[in-house]
Design a protein around this ligand. Structure first.
Ligand code: OMP
Length: 216
């Protein structure tokens, strides 16, 4: 991974810190695991914050060098995300169409669950966090059902957790399906950031313990 990727990770974690989006304590995850930390992207809810967030995603995606022609943001958190990441890419002279979905199908008007531009042929999924991979797999199924191909999965935080086969969900996607997977930051970056920025020894120990139990 290039050094600039680590810079984007540190910028992103500084942003998460500024908005109190990275929490330490005890949190039950969607997977049922009880985690000593939680990243809540919903806390980054101001224009300046979204601008920094989108810049970190866009720079990470641009450096990944993958071939894609549209972006998809899964409801709900992926909706503002995909719009602002597309805006940040446009600032770099790269105009990319974006699509998002509804959780409930609409039965009147234009109908259906997809909103925005028609999906392109090679779609990058833009989402917040990956733990067990359930949310990303749902997005993959939505895109494939619409007849498009997945060009990549772009995530802000890869929690680097072990699935039932011993691999992380992002590694499994890359290895089994050849889908490029890109994370702005990982659990390793969170720990490095926490050490440098003076998080308590007890909290770091709790995260290390969690990583030893559930991490890859
Ligand atoms: P998986 O579907 O298990 O990969 O979990 C990812 C989803 O869990 C995210 O899209 C979030 O809705 C939520 N989540 C967070 O937002 N932050 C975390 O730190 C952890 C989770 C989680 O529940 O695992």
């Amino acid at each position: 991974m290039p050094d600039t990727a680590r810079d984007h990770a540190q910028d992103f974690l500084a942003l998460a810190d500024d908005y109190n989006a990275l929490k330490f304590g005890e949190f039950t995850l969607k997977s049922g695991r009880v985690s000593p930390y939680f990243f809540n992207m919903g806390e980054i809810a101001s224009g300046a914050g979204m601008k920094r967030l989108a810049a970190a995603y866009a720079a990470t995606l641009a450096e990944a060098g993958i071939d894609y022609d549209s972006l998809f943001g899964p409801a709900y958190k992926g909706i503002p995300l995909v719009a602002t990441v597309a805006t940040a890419l446009a600032d770099h002279g790269h105009d990319v169409a974006f699509t998002y979905n509804r959780k409930e199908a609409k039965t009147h008007g234009e109908g259906g669950t997809l909103v925005g531009a028609p999906l392109g042929t090679r779609v990058v999924i833009v989402d917040d966090v990956i733990t067990a991979g359930t949310a990303v797999r749902e997005a993959i199924a939505t895109i494939r059902a619409a007849g498009a191909e997945i060009a990549g999965v772009l995530i802000a935080l890869d929690r680097q957790e072990r699935g039932s086969d011993g691999r992380s969900p992002l590694a499994a996607l890359a290895e089994d399906e050849g889908i490029p997977t890109i994370a702005v930051a990982t659990l390793a970056d969170v720990i490095a950031y926490a050490r440098v920025n003076g998080l308590g020894a007890e909290q770091i120990e709790a995260i290390e313990g969690y990583r030893a139990r559930y991490g890859v």
